[in-house]
Ligand binder design. Structure first.
Ligand code: ZN
Length: 338
């Protein structure tokens, strides 16, 4: 049976009307449960009942098109043209700061769900490792010396965390909240799926708003890497030594992230892309692209077997594994049989 990974860690016992009463907001629209505080673009699977915020009229369209049902909005932006299928909490000003204040308060009040604690009897944990509460260690996992696993870390079957690595530490997010620069507490976690290796002295931060930083099945992370909050590392991807994978970066399946390559946040690296040593990723890299330099640019194409491809008239045949690839209408290289 496939291993079940935890759902995002939502709030419990919080509603729009409850927040309206507690903080003196006006509720416009139907009441409902609030499971997450978050940003408009937060929209991964399993995330519903998100209270988002609108701090400028230009964000209203994005919110209207988002799947989210609720937003905190400043009174000056309330007009008759607000989408009627959403609920609104109306505050006088600083909707974003109120949202972070509510998040900080809810953390202090222990209102967030956590990962269910579990250690499979076959897990091998070195006596010097620190495994905190609310950690899941699946069958045949191996946790080496001096590893620290913070709460809400899930390690899937057969995965191996090497010495001195830290998983689930707080990601780095600072925000002015009513005049004070605050480090925002993180309520998410880290999911390391099955068959993953994490090298020595690597840090993988936990997700921010109840969501997970994720390393998917069969991926390999080398030594001395930093994987920031809400990054998503694809199946069988390789992240090589001293890499810096910034927040909310997505790395496709089978991609290769070369030594010392660094990125801006939210960059998307396509499936089987090959990122060269020391690359500085400032924008998205398509699937199968060979990209390097600062800033990194697409300079060629790579097969999923990592052989270099010669693309002629939008087509390529790998000289090593025989795979046939073709450019699709989005100018991305895809396997002919996909
Ligand atoms: Zn190939």
């Amino acid at each position: 049976m496939a291993e079940l990974y935890p759902a995002p860690l939502g709030l419990q016992g919080v509603s729009l009307s409850g927040l309206a009463n507690e903080y003196g907001f006006e509720l416009m629209g139907p009441d409902g449960p609030v499971k997450f505080f978050g940003r408009i673009k937060m929209g991964r699977e399993g995330i519903e009942h998100v209270l988002s915020y609108v701090t400028a009229p230009e964000y209203l369209d994005g919110f209207a098109q988002s799947p989210h049902e609720y937003a905190l909005i400043e009174r000056r932006f309330v007009t008759e043209s607000l989408p009627s299928n959403k609920s609104w909490l109306i505050c006088d000003e600083m909707a974003d700061e109120w949202l972070f204040k509510m998040h900080i308060d809810a953390v202090a009040q222990g209102r967030f769900h956590r990962v269910s604690p579990f250690v499979d009897p076959s897990a091998i944990v070195h006596p010097s490792a620190v495994v905190m509460d609310n950690v899941h260690l699946g069958a045949n996992t191996r946790i080496d010396a001096n590893v620290v696993l913070y709460p809400n870390t899930f390690v899937g079957e057969g995965s191996h965390i090497m010495a001195n690595s830290t998983l689930g530490g707080e990601g780095f997010e600072t925000k002015y909240v009513f005049g004070e620069r605050k480090l925002i507490p993180h309520t998410g976690g880290v999911i390391v799926e099955s068959g993953v290796t994490i090298g020595s002295s690597t840090c993988i931060d936990c997700g921010l708003f109840g969501t997970f930083t994720r390393v998917r099945a069969g991926a390999h992370i080398d030594n001395l890497c930093h994987i920031a909050h809400n990054a998503d590392i694809g199946d069988d991807a390789a992240i090589v030594a001293c890499a810096l994978v910034a927040g909310s970066v997505t790395v496709g399946k089978g991609a290769w992230w070369g030594p010392g390559a660094v990125s801006n946040h939210e960059v998307v690296v396509g499936d089987y892309a090959y990122i060269g040593t020391g690359a500085v990723l400032t924008r998205d890299i398509p699937a199968h692209a060979l990209a390097f330099g600062a800033p990194a640019k697409v300079r060629g194409w790579a097969c999923r077997c990592r052989n270099k491809l010669n693309v002629i008239d939008g087509r390529a045949t790998c000289s090593k594994c025989g795979a046939q690839l073709i450019s699709n209408d989005q100018e991305q290289l895809v396997l002919v049989d996909e």
